[in-house]
Design a protein around this ligand. Structure first.
Ligand code: TRP
Length: 352
């Protein structure tokens, strides 16, 4: 496996430069389940910030989600609205960010069709993200062709909007590399820089561990706290949060490394000074897990209560959500279809 090419990865968004026009950001999620605190830390918080300074497109990648969910199309359908509710509940503003549904922009499928001629099967099979996902899903013997080729579709997602910044998790860096290979190949064929190369924007405060202490919060591991979690669900999740297995008695010195309660407090406690004191006390000994968890519970309840309330309020107005998604998708389609026209013309596919 080759190391990611670091020249295609940056940790923080560069200042927007008015001269070159607005910098375009594109991000996306596969709508396969409700979003959780891991998404909040890893991407949603940043999107809320980026929308003020960039032209941001946020894609509900339902077509990509189908590449490994053909046995449960209803799950993908349902979660488009659930994820959209999560977006709005955390403060993504549809007047500032364009939220779009991938499957409703046929030009993305069209671009994918042409891009597939600019990648080899061997290159797709070597893509580390695809490789890992194939293993995870047990697809080794029978890979759906659409799944193997989804990097070409993701290249279409990104390039259709001429995005130059793509905020993603580390696992997606190979997708950005492959997108850039396609972009360069196409621009060479076109003899002009029609498509735009992009950089992966990978946040430094990377991923949040699961409540069980595993490296990643993930729906399939059952170790998440969803953004729409009820107060009772938050209480139950905090009870299960992994702390320090060696901290048996209150007077024992405790450890902070790998202690999920403190990792979450680091990420979310608005009173970081008091947290520093609490940590020192814990390490010294004499501070029980129950006190730490009480604090964590309070912090999470206070942070999530307004998000949950907003989510519930918005969920009552299905018509508004659908209208918002339709308008965003229509706006996005105009941009994508402009790019698709340019691409087809450059490939000799303009006749009338
Ligand atoms: N593959 C991404 C994921 O699994 C989702 C996605 C689809 C995406 N299209 C995208 C991310 C375009 C960034 C840009 O999380």
């Amino acid at each position: 496996m080759s190391l990611p090419d670091q020249s295609q990865v940056i940790a923080s968004a560069p200042a927007a430069t008015a001269a070159k026009g607005p910098t375009v950001i594109l991000t996306g999620d596969r709508p396969t389940g409700p979003l959780h605190l891991g998404h909040f830390v890893g991407s949603l918080r940043n999107r809320v910030a980026y929308q003020h300074d960039y032209k941001q497109f946020i894609m509900l990648a339902d077509a990509q989600a189908l590449t490994d969910n053909m046995d449960d199309t209803n799950k993908v359908h349902r979660n488009v609205v659930e994820v959209a509710l999560d977006y709005l509940a955390v403060g993504i503003d549809p007047a500032k960010s364009t939220i779009l549904i991938q499957s409703q922009i046929p030009e993305l499928a069209e671009l994918t069709f042409y891009y597939l001629n600019m990648v080899t099967v061997a290159r797709l099979q070597r893509n580390p993200t695809v490789k890992t996902e194939i293993a995870l899903r047990g697809f080794e013997r029978d890979i759906p062709a659409g799944f193997l080729t989804y990097p070409a579709s993701q290249a279409a997602d990104i390039s259709a909007f001429k995005a130059s910044l793509v905020p993603v998790g580390e696992d997606q860096i190979p997708m950005i590399e492959q997108t850039n290979e396609i972009v360069r190949r196409f621009n060479r064929i076109a003899n002009r820089d029609i498509l735009v190369e992009c950089k992966a924007l990978v946040p430094e405060i990377g991923r949040l561990p699961g409540t069980d202490g595993k490296a990643k919060m993930s729906k399939s591991l059952g170790n998440t706290i969803n953004l729409g979690a009820t107060a009772a669900e938050i209480t139950a999740a905090v009870k299960k949060v992994y702390t320090d297995p060696l901290h048996l008695r209150v007077e024992d010195p405790g450890h902070l490394e790998g202690n999920v309660a403190f990792t979450y407090l680091d990420a979310f406690d608005p009173e970081q000074d008091k947290l520093a004191e609490m940590k020192a006390h814990y390490v010294r000994g004499g501070l029980g897990d129950s006190i730490v968890k009480k604090r964590l519970e309070l912090v999470l309840q206070e942070m999530l209560a307004p998000i949950r309330a907003r989510r519930e309020e918005l969920a009552k107005d299905h018509g508004y959500i659908m209208q918002m998604l339709k308008e965003g998708t229509m706006r996005a389609r105009e941009v994508a279809s402009q790019t698709a026209d340019e691409v087809k013309a450059a490939l000799g596919l303009r006749y009338f």
